[in-house]
Design a protein around this ligand. Sequence first.
Ligand code: FAD
Length: 425
Amino acid sequence: MEHRKYVIIGNSYAGVFAIEAIRRHDKEGDITVVSRETYHAYARAAIHEYMDGIIGDSQMYYRDRDFYERHRVTTILGRAVTGIEPRENKVVLDNRQKVGFDRLMISTGGIPITPPIEGSAGPGMFTFTTWDDAKILRDWVKKQKEPRAVVIGGGLIGLQCAEGLKHMGVDVTIVELADYVLVKALDQLAAHRVQKWLEKNGLKIITGSTVESVNRVKGVVTGVKLKNGEKLKCNTVVLSIGVRPNTGFTEGSGIKLSRGILVDNGMQTNIEGIFAAGDVAEAEDFLRKRQDVIPIIPVATMQGKIAGSNMTGKKRAYPGGLPQNAFQFFGKNTVSIGNVIYIDKNDGFEEIIRDEGDVYKKAVLQYGKLVGILSMNYITRIGIYNSIIRARMDISGIKDKILSDNFGFLDLPEGFRDEMLTKPG
Ligand SMILES: Cc1cc2nc3c(=O)[nH]c(=O)nc-3n(C[C@H](O)[C@H](O)[C@H](O)COP(=O)(O)OP(=O)(O)OC[C@H]3O[C@@H](n4cnc5c(N)ncnc54)[C@H](O)[C@@H]3O)c2cc1C
């Protein structure tokens, strides 16, 4: 194999899994990772638990400290890539240094969406997507005599941030534009139950409205005004209405974008030798069979692994991304996989529901095939459900069992079981 120079932009889930895949197939090539953040790869999804002190610095890392040395990776941390020159095969850093590559992977993730809100510029206003964001917010809140926060956005990140703040003794109100929280992950019934649970644990939630302006007196945040006219007192505002692919630095490079960087099923962009993976990439959605950005960890890791492998020449095809969320709020778990929301009975959809006390489970079938699973307060067999969705098998014959407590591997058709046992991971 020719001696290759691999450059990876972004040092998070997609980047780490790409490094491991490259080293598996190419023991000799040079690997350089460039990252804007100064940290060794850390658990972005745990920043709320770090903020409220549930976990400490050392628990934020999901790879050993010697990860880069063992994989013989040169790290350029604390430096942002500001441009890509595909004709020169070079990336340009914010100190004007240029780094050459034979194969490049872009895994720069997402950046928070920050619409213009009157009065938002200045202290007391935060976003919440990086470890530094969590540290800055924690330090700010600790300085407030009576910390009172408004979190704009009731999606996963907003709610996790709100829980973290609540654990720190902050009075928190969440303002969500949709009629219910977690609108992208849950159906209405499940979302209402999560919402009740959050309220029981002391969070205030306002739905169907948003923040119109942030009020300041001599520059200090004193409250917010909502679209419905309501005014809320606060000294802290967290803007958490979603993230968008972080693609700005690709401008002028010729790399094709839609919402994110468009990639084929080998995770390669329109430019040969340049790949993309993770929250920045727009790849095939497994169920809907169209390109989309699915900003979750399982998708970022799988895409990183596949891009890394293909960068070495070892061909692997991306099977498509499947939305899946597993989260816990104040000790209660919820999992949702695939499509649990868009259900059209005229298009072969069917729902099977088990609603018993605290446990709510739902399976969504389309023309006999499992396309979605939602499970609250009863988290088990998630791996099997995932495999059934991926297998696109007709489960009409076992659909009455699928949500029962004793449903398991042995209920699956024999051919499918054999495939599951023999398929490499
Ligand atoms: C608070 C929070 C909670 C979450 N909870 C969950 C969860 O429970 N489950 C789940 O599946 N997903 C969750 N997510 C989403 C998940 O974290 C992302 O899907 C995942 O981090 C994407 O990984 P990635 O490698 O694509 O990019 P990211 O993790 O976004 O990392 C991007 C990397 O690129 C670097 N970078 C950015 N721009 C540049 C540049 N110009 N030059 C150089 N480097 C650059 C950054 O420093 C970073 O290293 C959560 C996200 C957040 C913010």
